[in-house]
Design a protein. Structure first.
Lengths: 105, 98
C-alpha cells in the first residue's frame, strides 16, 4: 500500500515539480518583490488547485520517503517513528495549504 | 545516494518554504520582510542548492519509476543521462537568473 502510494505520488510530483521548476525560472526573472508576486498570483483559482494537488502529493510522498531513511540509516522502526512521521505529514499539509491559500486565494 | 540526500534536504526545506510563503496570508509587508531575509548571499546559495536538489530528486525519481515500470531496459542509460542533463540545465538556468 505504501509502496503504491509512494509511486503514485511520485508520478503526480514528477509533473508538478517540472511545472514548478519552470515557474521558478520564470518568476525570478527581474527579481522578486512581495508586491509583484502577490499581484500575479492572488485570486488565481487554477494555480490554487494546482498547488493544492502539489501539497497533497508531497504530504503523501515525503513522510513515506523519510520512513525508509529512518529505518535504514537510523534503525528507527515501529510505532514511535510512524507517529512522528504522521505528525510531520499533518504539519506540512497544514503549512502547505496555508501557504497556497496565502499566495493564491 | 544522491536521491536520498536530496530527498532529506527537501523534507527539511519544505516547512521553512511554507512558513515564508504562509507569511503572505498576513499580508504583503510580512512576505516582503521574509523575502528581504532571502537576499543574503548564503541564503541565495542555499536556494540554488535546494533547486538543484529538487531537480536531482526529480531526475532520480524518474529513473526509479522507469526502472520499475518500463520494460525497455535499453532506455535506462538514456533516461539517466537525460535526468542528469535536466539537473545541470535547471541548476545553470537558476544560477544565471539569480
Amino acid at each position: 500500500m505504501l509502496w503504491i502510494a509512494q509511486r503514485a505520488s511520485a508520478a503526480v510530483l514528477a509533473l508538478c515539480v517540472a511545472v514548478h521548476l519552470a515557474m521558478i525560472i520564470y518568476a525570478v526573472q527581474g527579481g522578486l518583490t512581495a508586491a509583484e508576486i502577490l499581484e500575479r498570483t492572488r485570486g488565481n483559482a487554477g494555480w490554487l488547485a494546482f498547488y493544492s494537488v502539489f501539497v497533497l502529493a508531497v504530504t503523501i510522498h515525503a513522510p513515506i520517503g523519510l520512513r525508509s531513511v529512518f529505518a535504514e540509516w537510523l534503525g528507527w522502526r515501529g510505532r514511535s517513528r510512524d507517529v512522528v512521521l504522521s505528525l510531520f505529514a499533518l504539519l506540512i499539509a497544514w503549512m502547505g495549504m496555508r501557504a497556497a491559500l496565502g499566495v493564491f486565494a | 545516494m544522491v536521491h536520498r540526500l536530496s530527498g532529506i534536504a527537501l523534507a527539511v526545506f519544505l516547512p521553512l518554504h511554507f512558513w515564508v510563503l504562509g507569511s503572505a496570508i498576513e499580508g504583503e509587508m510580512s512576505l516582503g520582510s521574509s523575502l528581504a531575509w532571502t537576499e543574503q548571499p548564503l541564503v541565495k546559495l542555499g536556494e540554488w542548492a535546494i533547486v538543484l536538489a529538487l531537480a536531482a530528486h526529480l531526475g532520480g525519481g524518474l529513473r526509479v519509476l522507469a526502472l520499475e515500470f518500463l520494460p525497455w531496459r535499453d532506455w535506462q542509460k538514456g533516461l539517466a543521462a537525460a535526468a542528469a542533463a535536466l539537473t545541470v540545465a535547471v541548476g545553470l538556468a537558476l544560477a544565471l537568473a539569480l
